[in-house]
Design a protein around this ligand. Structure first.
Ligand code: SF4
Length: 475
């Protein structure tokens, strides 16, 4: 990918737009703004072909923040139009490169449009396909019962950065137990302290806890006793709240004792994540379990009374085609989880796949799998209820959470729509605080390195206090 621009502040944003198209395209961008007149000229070329287009617009903005937003949008839009004409390719999400496309629909609704009109406006403005615009409208409808309309809610995240082995596509701050097992006990002690301090602050501030999500990593990579200590800290600190999710993600980390601990803590939802139901792929992506173990884990959880289980799967995994993905879907029908999250493979820079030079599946192949997943989910009675996109996804597609009626996960909606403050504990966890009627969001990130997180736990606690204390007068 080669991109030169005379507006360096937008270089990364323009690169995001270029990434929607062929990586081999070169782009030269020149801007010549005069007062409120914005001018962009793009020359895109590949091998012996090239195309040059110019764009001009009068800018209208009230402050620097609005200028940045509109100027960026204008130059990205110009590049998108040029690339679309040059390649003849229309990406399914059009010019959109952001993580949360539903936000644009909510913004248009805040201007007084109906949901359908707002989705149509987003579709027309950003060249989003009618199918994706329809998906956004469907999701917003499904979110309505759990969408946070209060000013006082907080969602809690507790991160356990350990896994039995490391998946080849993983870019999270998680370590395998062979490397990091020696830190689990000290980690749990630090985490319990951090949770207790944060929970005391929330009580003092009169915050209402909407949901607690224990994720990672793989929480069930801990021993049953360690997991119990973490869940006890959450229960003591936050009491019983409407929703407690515990990721029991890797089937090779689940046993009856750990499930019992989770159930006794009052978990309302767990997640058992197959990712694929093909043994060959599981081995190829570094998951140390079989498809048989996935069936056994589901059976164990059902036997213990869990009636709200989520399953994550991934489209466009290495070596998989539509037939493999369809096989996974057929097996999911047999497992019958209450919710199903269909991810599209994203290959981040820190993943083993990226470092090993793996090249993503072709956009058409990824799209066929995602469409098959959507058709399957709808056919099985699931409704899409949250969506997000990531950089470096196959086909620049999306991740969608589907659920059975009444099973939408509050935490997922809160986090994706950024309606609610998020208090996050654990190594690498990022707390987000929502200020000024949801117009401003600030973040505080914990250290990713597990040893440093443990050693500097007081600093993590104070950093979070600075985040929310400043806005809410906590002494
Ligand atoms: S289970 Fe999740 S966090 Fe753990 S290694 Fe795999 S992708 Fe990473």
């Amino acid at each position: 990918m080669e991109l030169t621009t005379t507006l360096p502040r937008f270089e990364n944003d323009l690169a995001d737009t270029l990434r929607l198209f062929d990586a081999g395209i070169r782009v030269q961008h020149e801007s010549a703004d005069e007062g409120l007149t914005w001018r962009d000229r793009f020359t895109v070329s590949m091998q012996a072909r090239s195309l040059t287009r110019s764009f001009e617009q009068q800018g209208h903005f009230s402050d620097e923040l609005e200028y940045i937003r509109l100027r960026k949008r204008f130059c990205k839009q110009g590049l998108y139009e040029t690339l679309k004409q040059f390649t003849g390719y229309r990406p399914p999400w059009g010019a959109l490169t952001g993580i949360r496309p539903t936000r644009l629909v909510y913004e248009a609704m805040a201007q007084g449009l109906t949901l359908d009109d707002a989705a149509a406006q987003v579709s027309a403005t950003f060249d989003v396909s009618p199918e994706k615009a329809g998906l956004l409208a469907q999701i917003i409808r499904a979110q309505a019962p759990v969408y946070d309309r209060t000013e006082n809610g907080v969602s809690i995240y507790i991160g356990i950065p350990f896994c039995p082995t490391r998946c080849s596509y993983c870019s999270f701050a998680a370590t395998d137990l062979k490397t990091g097992g020696k830190w689990t006990q000290a980690y749990v002690q630090a985490l319990v302290r951090e949770i207790a301090a944060g929970a005391a602050d929330m009580r003092a501030m009169g915050r209402t806890v909407r949901s607690v999500y224990v994720g990672g990593g793989t929480p069930t990579a801990l021993t049953a006793a360690q997991l119990e200590a973490v869940l006890d800290a959450a229960l003591c600190g936050f009491g019983h709240c409407p929703e407690l999710t515990v990721e029991a993600g890797r089937p090779d980390s689940i046993d009856p004792d750990k499930l019992r601990v989770i159930r006794q803590a009052g978990a309302t939802r767990i997640s058992i994540n197959p990712q694929t139901m093909n043994d060959q792929t599981l081995a190829a992506i570094g998951r140390s379990h079989s498809t048989k173990a996935i069936h056994e884990a589901f059976a164990l959880a059902r036997a213990q009374g869990f009636d709200n289980i989520n399953a994550d799967i991934i489209a466009a995994l290495p070596g998989e085609d539509l037939a493999d993905f369809t096989h996974t879907l057929e097996q999911i029908a047999f497992l019958a989880p209450e919710s199903l999250t269909i991810h599209t493979l994203a290959i981040k820079r820190a993943s083993a796949l990226k470092l090993g030079g793996y090249v993503q599946a072709a956009p058409e192949a990824a799209q066929a799998m995602v469409e098959a997943g959507c058709a399957f989910a709808l056919g099985q009675g699931y409704t899409p209820y949250y969506l997000y996109r990531q950089k470096y996804m196959a086909g620049n597609l999306e991740n969608v959470g589907y659920c059975r009626p009444g099973k939408a996960c509050i935490y997922n909606v809160d986090v994706m729509e950024e309606t609610t403050c998020n208090l996050a504990f654990g190594a690498g966890a990022i707390s987000k605080w929502v200020f000024d009627g949801r117009r401003r969001i600030e973040r505080a990130a914990n250290l990713k390195n597990i040893e440093l997180y443990i050693a500097r736990i007081d600093e993590m606690i104070e950093k979070k206090r600075a985040l929310y204390g400043a806005g809410e007068g906590l002494s």
